[in-house]
Design a binder for this molecule. Structure first.
Ligand SMILES: *[C@@H]1O[C@H](CO)[C@@H](O)[C@H](O)[C@H]1NC(C)=O
Ligand SMILES: *[C@@H]1O[C@H](CO)[C@@H](O)[C@H](O)[C@H]1NC(C)=O
Ligand SMILES: *[C@@H]1O[C@H](CO)[C@@H](O)[C@H](O)[C@H]1NC(C)=O
Ligand SMILES: *[C@@H]1O[C@H](CO)[C@@H](O)[C@H](O)[C@H]1NC(C)=O
Length: 252
């Protein structure tokens, strides 16, 4: 009986640890970002999560040829006039003051976002490999001219490989992602869904979820399995215990 009890306690301990760990992880994922935005005495005020913007480009026949829904945060390093030094600034792109333009081609598409009346220009270039029907974000460029900038900011990289998807389907990622562009610029994305190729209407095609989201969906499955395992172990321990005590009575 004590042996069974030991195994039982061990399994219970492990399971509880698993559950607590995953709850903590989920809590950290959902609670931490707003907290860091408010409480820490960081040199720069973090802007918090950006508002999700919806962007649409239409082809020559007027129907959608590129759809994108995402929250964007620019992380830039530039020379500040007011502070008279190089600073690093994190700014959210505000969808309500952002205009969209661009072009759709058979194997390339460009989405240009112009914010703050032309003071911030961000462009996304997507490339489609016709052989494999796979697309990806191949180029990002940002030019900005803000009042506090000593000179116009300009950064771009045309050898990127982000937002990988299949033509006719959309790429989706709810978790935050960081796209490294250059040493002066990275872009954080939140709740992304994009489809630059193969749209057949005004709706996104079937979503291909990113790995980060799939990992998140695994947590409830693991917790569920752990609980089921726990129930099974308790049940087994009970049955074995009962059998032993019955056997014990018989020998008397
Ligand atoms: C901005 O970029 C810097 C350096 O690349 C990094 O240390 C910092 O964590 C980034 N901040 C955010 C909010 O992404
Ligand atoms: C397109 O995909 C095919 C098959 O995966 C690959 O062999 C080819 O190198 C790719 N082309 C380009 C330009 O990346
Ligand atoms: C952004 O694009 C607009 C239109 O092409 C242009 O007039 C403006 O100067 C650009 N802004 C920057 C900061 O490059
Ligand atoms: C452009 O992006 C690639 C892939 O992330 C990286 O290896 C390269 O260093 C970047 N180029 C510049 C100029 O930062």
């Amino acid at each position: 009986m004590t042996q069974v009890g030991g195994v039982q306690a061990l399994c219970l301990g492990l399971t509880l640890q698993l559950i607590v760990a995953s709850i903590l992880r989920q809590g950290a994922a959902t609670v931490a970002p707003p907290l860091t935005g408010q409480t820490t005495a960081a040199p720069h005020k973090e802007p918090g999560k950006p508002v999700t913007g919806s962007y649409r480009l239409s082809g020559s026949n007027g129907t959608a040829c590129l759809l994108a829904s995402m929250g964007l945060q620019l992380n830039m390093t530039f020379s500040s006039v007011s502070q008279n030094k190089t600073v690093q600034d994190v700014v959210n792109l505000q969808p309500n003051v952002t205009r969209v333009s661009g072009s759709c081609g058979s194997d390339s598409a460009a989405l240009l976002l112009t914010a703050d009346a032309g003071k911030t220009n961000l462009s996304f270039h997507f490339t489609l490999n016709a052989t494999s029907s796979k697309y990806h974000l191949s180029e990002l460029t940002l030019s900005a001219l803000w009042p506090d900038m000593k000179e116009a900011f300009s950064a771009g990289n045309s050898s990127l490989d982000y937002l990988r998807g299949t033509s006719g389907r959309s790429y989706k990622c709810n978790e935050e992602q960081t796209f490294y562009v250059t040493s002066n610029l990275s872009i954080n994305t939140f709740q992304v869904q994009v489809q630059p190729f193969g749209l057949t209407g005004e709706q996104f095609g079937t979503a291909e979820e990113c790995q980060l989201d799939e990992d998140d969906m695994l947590i409830p499955i693991i917790v569920g399995a752990a609980l089921a395992g726990l129930v099974l172990i308790v049940l087994l321990a009970y049955l074995i215990g009962r059998k032993r005590s019955q056997a014990g009575y018989q020998t008397i």
